[in-house]
Write a protein that binds this ligand. Structure first.
Ligand code: SF4
Length: 683
């Protein structure tokens, strides 16, 4: 187009899992402004600061523009043919010598569905392993497994519009104002319209300012709290007996378990009053339905899956699942973490949540992908992949669009694992802390340089569209996977995002069978969409008719975090995200406006602790755990409870993950990012 030509391209935000719809204003081929799409879900014109001002990373000088191959003193530029030939030949050699299960890969929860689909297909067909995972492992794997057990589906049950219209809301372990700002705004809108908001969080987060009650529980005491609330509900006969009898199983065992948690006992574990627990129970039972929302405060614990089961138990006991403005609503962090799971970038599932060990699914995918065999044993999960590198079981590791050297717990250990790889492939937009360890770096087209789809937290599949050109010779991710597959003997047909979706993904996946690109030009569709005339599913498990048949109560006990404070490390350390940045800042760190808004990490501590230690606000301190230490500015605030320290993982120098504990939920292998023990020292 001509240099002055203006156009507007509709797309989906590249940041959080709300999936806001936005207009990219493009002038002379360059994005110059972003505005919200006024009409329609999920955002109705709203955008947060990241969505509105966080797009200039795509023009950063740092973009990877050509393939890079490791050479003596760093990396040298290479052609696509040379780089892809090298990847294919090294993989073939390693497979021949050590078998296909010596290869593992992590797909990107930031990239389009079509890319994750291609990567898992490459692993299952050309390589021959199910060792494929995605970032859900570090955030919502407990949700996927837990809600599947309770309801028969691991997805968020309701829609973001319900957040604004609910009459009663329980927000537990979610700092939506900063991590999912438009969703946070909706919760506050509901309060403005008269809803009661109950916040359960160890910090006095901003949402608590709008709440009728804030239960400031101890880090990691959620199950004791929820069991205490359920104890009151049952003892005071406030639970929905008809719903429980009609739609669920397992009530008697739940009842027996929560009877072990009278409010006084639960209160002792949680550090709140028994009266507060009774109050929460009575309020929740007073309005129907109540909406429960949670995020990583629930999942990132060694008891993460049990926390999820507990949230599901509460909402079934109250008869709140299956109705508008009710349900259990986990908000996903990365824009396409729902999609990466939907696409089968998981060690146990093909696309569309079909099990790799189900003979029928095996037959279907063998025929569709034109291969004689597919691996039918579930693969290993991300933490096992990293440990496998260190102990030599995993020889080749393929990291697509993730910065594991900053995002995984215990950075020192992770870097040891990455440096142990025999062959490490990184595919990304930017060099980052992880690509330093790569043997080959493949430069990928970014979010606005590609046609595809994202799946947001509310299961909404919406379009991502090309608005600008990829720099240098960087190419779409789906193309890169296809070219590697071709060099390993697989001939794949699809030549675009649309062909991949319309001809393969939707054909092979019952939940998305009715979604074609032609149907998602506008607001998109919420799966399940079983047929091409189906309107989509804003509320799952409608009227108590659960996807899995009947709702399942699963009684769970409270267990403390693996590492608790002691004389040497007397503080509880907890982590999370801040408004102006996103994850390890590979994108937002390259956005000028966002860096100006927040240029440095802080360690948040309570006024009481600061006074005891003689620490002033803004002074540098040292925070130390058994894994490592960071030097960081203290932020003294009334929003922290005494004995706790809180940090984000956005900034490399003062990244929370130098300190976090690599211990995991036993079923889902999600790390306990939310709790470990540290000491705080004045420098
Ligand atoms: Fe993007 Fe999330 Fe902000 Fe919406 S709330 S603009 S999806 S970061």
């Amino acid at each position: 187009g001509r240099a002055w030509e203006m156009k507007k391209v509709r797309t989906t935000c590249p940041y959080c899992g709300v999936g806001c719809q936005m207009w990219l204003h493009v002038k002379g081929g360059r994005i110059v402004k972003v505005t919200g799409v006024e009409e329609g879900a999920p955002n109705h014109g709203r955008l947060c600061v990241k969505g509105r001002f966080g797009y200039d990373f795509i023009y950063s000088e740092d973009r990877l523009k050509t393939p890079l191959i490791k050479s003596n003193d760093g990396f040298r530029e290479a052609s696509w043919d040379e780089a892809l030939d090298l990847v294919a030949s090294r993989l073939k050699k390693i497979i021949a010598k050590h078998g296909p299960d010596s290869v593992a890969g992590v797909s990107s929860a930031r990239s389009i569905n079509e890319d994750s689909y291609q990567m898992q297909k490459l692993f299952r067909t050309a390589i021959g392993t199910n060792n494929i995972d995605n970032c859900a492992r570090v955030c919502h794997a407990p949700t996927v497994a837990g809600l599947a057990k309770s309801f028969g589906s691991g997805a968020m049950t309701n829609s973001f519009d319900d957040f604004a219209n609910a009459k009663m809301i329980l927000a537990i372990g979610t700092n939506a104002t900063e991590a999912h700002p438009v969703a946070g705004t909706y919760l506050k809108n509901a309060v403005a319209k008269g809803a009661e908001l109950i916040v359960v969080d160890p910090r006095r987060i901003e949402l608590a300012d709008h709440a009728v009650l804030h239960a400031q529980i101890k880090v990691g005491s959620d199950i004791a709290f929820l069991n205490g609330v359920m104890n009151v509900l049952i003892n005071e006969n406030l639970h929905d007996k008809q719903y429980v009898a009609s739609y669920t199983d397992g009530f008697e065992s739940l009842k027996a378990k929560v009877m072990e948690y009278p409010p006084e006992k639960a209160a002792g574990i949680c550090g709140v009053s028994a009266e507060m627990i009774r109050d929460v129970a009575r309020r929740l039972a007073s309005v129907k339905p109540a909406l429960l929302v949670y995020t990583l405060g629930i999942t990132e614990h060694t008891c993460g899956m049990n926390n999820v089961l507990s949230c599901a138990n509460l909402q079934m006991l109250l008869g709140n699942v299956g109705f508008a403005c009710g349900g259990v609503n986990p908000i996903r962090g990365q824009n396409n973490v729902q999609g990466a799971c939907d696409m089968g970038a998981l060690p146990n599932l093909f696309p569309g949540y079909q099990r790799v060990d189900d003979p029928k699914a095996q037959e279907k995918f063998k025929a569709a992908w034109n291969v004689a065999s597919l691996p039918d044993r579930p693969g290993i999960m991300l933490p096992q992949m990293l440990d496998g590198l260190a102990d030599g079981k995993i020889k080749a590791f393929y990291i697509f669009g993730e910065n594991l050297a900053n995002s995984e717990p215990d950075i020192k250990h992770v870097e040891h694992c990455l440096s142990s790889a025999e062959f490490l492939i990184c595919q990304d937009n930017f060099p980052n802390e992880t690509t330093r360890f790569a043997d080959v770096i493949l430069p990928a087209a970014a979010w606005s340089e590609n046609d595809g789809t994202f799946a947001s937290s509310e299961r909404r599949i919406s379009r991502v569209r090309t608005a600008s050109e990829a720099p240098g010779i960087s190419r779409p991710n789906w193309w890169i996977f296809k070219e590697i597959a071709r060099r390993m003997g697989q001939d794949w047909k699809s030549e675009s995002g649309q062909e991949l979706w319309d001809d393969e993904i939707s054909v092979l996946s019952p939940p998305f069978a009715g979604i074609k690109y032609s149907r998602i030009e506008g607001d998109g569709l919420q799966w399940p969409v079983p047929t091409e005339t189906h309107p989509g599913t804003p509320v799952m498990h409608k009227d108590g008719k659960f996807t899995g048949g009947r709702g399942q109560f699963v009684a769970v006990d409270w267990t403390p975090p693996k590492e608790v404070p002691d004389a040497e490390y007397p503080f509880t350390f907890c982590t999370g995200r801040r408004l102006y940045h996103y994850h390890t800042r590979t994108q937002t760190g390259r956005c000028q406006g966002l860096n100006e808004l927040l240029g440095e990490e802080t360690a948040d501590i309570s006024r009481l602790d600061a006074a005891e230690l003689g620490i002033e606000d803004g002074e540098y301190i040292r925070v130390r755990s058994r894994r490592g230490e960071v030097k960081v500015k203290a932020r003294v605030t009334d929003r922290m409870q005494k004995g706790n320290v809180w940090m984000a993982f956005h900034f490399r120098e003062a990244c929370a993950n130098w300190l976090t504990n690599p211990v995991f939920d036993p079923v889902t292998q999600t790390a306990e990012y939310k709790a470990c023990a540290v000491k705080v020292e004045k420098i």
